[in-house]
Write a protein that binds this ligand. Structure first.
Ligand SMILES: Nc1ncnc2c1ncn2[C@@H]1O[C@H](COP(=O)(O)OP(=O)(O)OP(=O)(O)O)[C@@H](O)[C@H]1O
Ligand SMILES: Nc1nc2c(ncn2[C@H]2C[C@H](O)[C@@H](COP(=O)(O)OP(=O)(O)O)O2)c(=O)[nH]1
Length: 226
């Protein structure tokens, strides 16, 4: 059997992780695992970890490492037959070490987007709370203003997407992401993309992945479920 492909996508809030992950899943047939979506699914299903995670998210905090790894690692271990892309995990060095103990990553995509661009994007980001689907009033607007395309339910603007909250969020992201980025740099698997537009970054990511993903890996069974 040919080797499976394991990738992580990192970047600050609003950097386009979700948007680019969807494109990668669609174009290369990788399973897209979003930690945020997975946490929300666990909250909806009232699992033990989901109930615990909710208490932190409600306060605007990150879910503690041991809860996240207990949620995510078994899920990854179930996916040994698939090539996958992880979005939103790892966020901390402890999470990166835990991931490292169960698999070898091939590529880490690191999105480096200017602060002003992030602020502007998040100001116009609308979210469907139960699924985590995101829209942007200009970049990818919903078909009907204010409503989710799939369910027709109301979209909301998340409190922490407001520009005032973003600066603190971004500082926090930088602090905790730096050791993770340094780790992947030292392993020579970090690929950083800097631009203000997803559409300009995408061709470069696509070219990189075309050279890295073994032929025959694109498999309809692996396509994103989102
Ligand atoms: N790897 C993780 N470690 C800790 N908490 C996490 C992790 N992934 C998700 N969470 C929790 O779930 C929440 C939702 O995650 P999600 O990635 O959807 O949104 P977010 O934090 O608004 O990020 P972004 O704006 O970058 O998409 C986070 O705010 C955090 O509380
Ligand atoms: N104007 C503009 N908006 C963009 C671009 N790429 C993504 N967006 C939008 C989609 C979302 O509403 C918001 C943040 O993107 P996202 O994919 O949710 O980012 P992330 O928080 O998962 O990293 O920005 C882009 O290139 N231009």
């Amino acid at each position: 059997m040919s080797k499976l492909f394991r990738a992580v996508i990192m970047g600050p809030p609003g950097s386009g992780k979700g948007t680019i992950s969807e494109r990668i899943a669609h174009s290369f047939g990788l399973k897209h695992i979003s930690s945020g979506d997975f946490v929300r699914e666990n909250i909806s299903a009232n699992t033990e970890a989901g109930v615990l995670a909710k208490t932190y998210i409600k306060k605007g905090l990150l879910v503690p490492d041991h809860v996240m790894t207990r949620l995510l690692l078994p899920r990854l271990e179930e996916m040994t037959k698939y090539s996958w892309l992880l979005d939103g995990f790892p966020r901390t060095l402890a999470q990166a070490d835990a991931l490292n103990s169960i698999c070898d990553l091939d590529v880490v995509i690191n999105l480096n987007i200017p602060l002003e661009t992030l602020k502007e994007r998040l100001r116009h980001r609308w979210t469907h709370p139960s699924s985590g689907r995101v829209y942007n009033m200009y970049f990818n607007p919903p078909r009907i203003q204010g409503l989710d395309d799939i369910t027709g339910e109301q979209l909301i603007q998340q409190e922490d997407d407001r520009p005032e909250a973003l600066v603190a969020r971004l500082r926090h992201y930088k602090d905790i992401a730096k050791p993770v980025i340094d780790l992947y740099k030292a392993k020579s698997i970090l690929y950083t993309f800097s631009d203000t537009e997803t559409d300009r970054i995408w061709p470069n990511i696509s070219t990189l992945l075309s050279t890295k993903i073994p032929i025959g890996q694109s498999d309809a069974r692996c396509a994103s479920t989102h």
